[in-house]
Design a protein around this ligand. Structure first.
Ligand code: GLU
Length: 565
């Protein structure tokens, strides 16, 4: 038996490393962390990579990175260096990758076989299929039971054929009662659990076996995991009894759903994209998104999903927002990890007393299993965005700037490269108040990246009105387009291109030519510089675009609008 560094509870989060960390998994990790850390215990990460086909190292690293980003650090587990240089993980009970623990599992397989509690089974896939069909014909669920020892000659023949045996557990035919701290107790009648496989043909343990061995050897006292594993617990219990292991306390967590009761799945992204493609009646993929082949396969079969990068490129081209499902999606969308944790904690648990806003330190202090709900939580994105907006509003300018820089370094490097430090900082200052996420300063300001001769002016109602396109100006009044044409010389002659200088010049100009209405001058300038009627405060916008570019854009705008007039 291994020693535990503390006397408190030991919990673990045990992801299977395929794909990305889903919000449901993140909540399981958060609750497991909070439960242990609030009670002076130990929190472990274990990577369950026994499914060789589905597991990848990249996925493992992705999970660790996501957990660290959320502020969930592990006392034991895979070694990881956080971006701040902190070394996390390690521990006396490793390896924390199941694929590196095969020799350990083998010892326990041999023990069970020696005690006649498990046996090798040589059935081929075809033979199992026949058994399955026979059960169906009898209108019974297929449950594998010991089928007798094969003769030595048969085993020799199997070996010669290259067949590999699995190892099955000889499940005792007794009722099994699962105690669950969240869902309550449930009893499976005798005979419900069959002689399930514990070692696969490739020599790897099945999930059931590895989880039981590892929970024991790692001293896990409390298992919090997804509700889908509830009935698996019966298998784990019979194995624990057979191996003489202790029984952890279990708590199974309900799933997190969309508000419309559907499962939060990565398919939701494809759904949004398919809808946009249909609305726009597109028949070919927008340039630089996905290949023609991928496009045809994807459109031809609702079950086909685009890979994440392709989906992101297509979403950008179609100007739609992909629903966030995985932790990394929320990071990319510019959410604060603190907000995600706060919000996830509330999806399935509450501290009571109408308290809604709290941090992980509070969660750790207060978290208990008796306040975890049994029913599925509904993930309310509108509320999440409101939480995030509040957090951004409450942030100091410096903090906002720092975090936006980090965000840009990872997801919007083109802004850092194009704007340089001073103008980047100015964009963040100008965007803070109106931002709901760290991505907002970038999402709506693409005009800062385009070449002056590639800027597209939006031909919409607001633009037409501001420039006086299609509607004669009131008697004697200059149209926006006239003002734009006329102010060019004033701007070109400004001794310096700063907000106060621009504002003073425009004010003076408006006083003389636009009845003092600064908006009549500012809005056409905004359109000229940004292409639309929405941008950061106008004088900031002009400084961000720069003098030469503003003048070049202004000329193009005048030409464009004149042609429409
Ligand atoms: N690897 C399992 C999963 O990702 C973990 C289940 C458990 O916590 O026992 O679902």
């Amino acid at each position: 038996m291994t020693s535990c560094p503390t006397s408190g509870p030991v919990t673990r989060f045990a992801p299977s490393p395929s794909g990305h960390l889903h919000v449901g998994g993140a909540r399981t990790a958060l609750y497991s962390w909070a439960f242990a850390k609030g009670r002076g215990g130990t929190f472990i990460i274990r990577i369950e990579d026994t499914d060789q086909k589905r597991s990848s190292d990249a996925a493992s690293v992705g999970f660790l990175k996501d957990l660290d980003w959320l502020g969930i650090r592990w006392d034991e587990g895979p070694e990881y260096t956080a971006p701040d240089g902190t070394k996390v993980g390690g521990g006396a009970n490793g390896s924390y990758f199941q694929s590196e623990r095969l020799a350990i599992y083998e010892r326990y397989f041999q023990k069970l076989i020696a005690e006649d509690k498990a046996y090798e089974a040589w059935d081929s896939a075809e033979e199992l299929d026949v058994l399955r069909k026979e059960a169906t014909a009898r209108k019974e669920a297929f449950r594998y039971r010991f089928r007798g020892e094969p003769a030595a000659a048969d085993i020799a023949r199997f070996r010669a054929e290259g067949r590999q045996p699995v190892v099955r557990f000889r499940t005792p035919q007794v009722p099994i009662t699962i105690h669950d701290e969240v869902l309550g107790d449930a009893t499976l009648p005798a005979g419900e659990v069959d002689d399930f496989v514990i070692r696969k043909k490739d020599g790897f343990p099945t999930y059931h076996f590895a989880v039981v061995v590892d929970d024991e050897l790692m001293g896990v006292t409390h298992v919090l995991r997804a509700q889908e594993h509830f009935t698996n617990t019966a298998k784990h219990m019979v194995l624990q009894d057979a191996l003489g292991f202790r029984r952890p306390t279990y708590g199974h967590l309900s799933i997190i759903k969309n508000p419309d009761d559907s499962k939060m799945s990565k398919r939701d992204k494809d759904k949004v994209l398919r809808k946009a493609v249909k609305e726009k009646a597109l028949t070919t993929p927008p340039a630089g998104t996905v290949t023609a082949d991928e496009w045809t396969k994807w459109l031809g079969d609702e079950n086909v999903q685009l890979d994440l990068e392709g989906a992101i490129r297509l979403a950008d081209a179609l100007k739609v927002t992909l629903p966030e499902i995985n932790v990394d999606d929320f990071r990319r969308s510019g959410y604060l990890p603190e907000t995600i944790c706060n919000f996830l904690a509330l999806n399935g648990w509450s501290p009571g007393h109408d308290i809604e806003k709290f941090d992980n330190a509070f969660l750790k202090e207060r978290f208990s299993l008796d306040r975890v709900i049994k029913t599925p939580a509904k993930f309310d994105r509108v509320k999440l965005l409101a939480f995030n907006t509040d957090a951004i509003n409450a942030m100091s300018r410096e903090d906002f700037l720092r975090r936006c820089r980090e965000h840009a370094a990872q997801f919007r490097p083109e802004y850092l490269a194009k704007l340089g430090d001073a103008r980047f900082d100015l964009l963040m200052h100008a965007s803070h108040e109106r931002s709901k996420t760290f991505d907002d300063p970038f999402k709506t300001n693409g005009f800062l990246l385009v070449a002056d001769d590639a800027l597209v002016f939006a031909d919409d109602k607001n633009v037409r009105k501001a420039l006086g396109i299609g509607a004669p100006a009131a008697d004697g009044a200059k149209s926006g387009l006239d003002l734009l044409r006329a102010i060019r010389g004033v701007l070109a002659a400004l001794p310096e291109w700063t907000q106060p200088a621009l504002e003073a010049a425009a004010n003076a100009y408006a006083a003389e030519h636009a009845a003092g209405k600064i908006g009549s001058v500012a809005q056409p300038l905004r359109i000229a510089a940004s292409g639309t009627t929405v941008s950061p405060p106008i004088w900031d916008t002009l400084v961000l675009v720069g003098r030469d570019a503003t003048l070049a854009r202004l000329d193009r705008c005048v030409a464009w609008a004149s042609a429409l007039r």
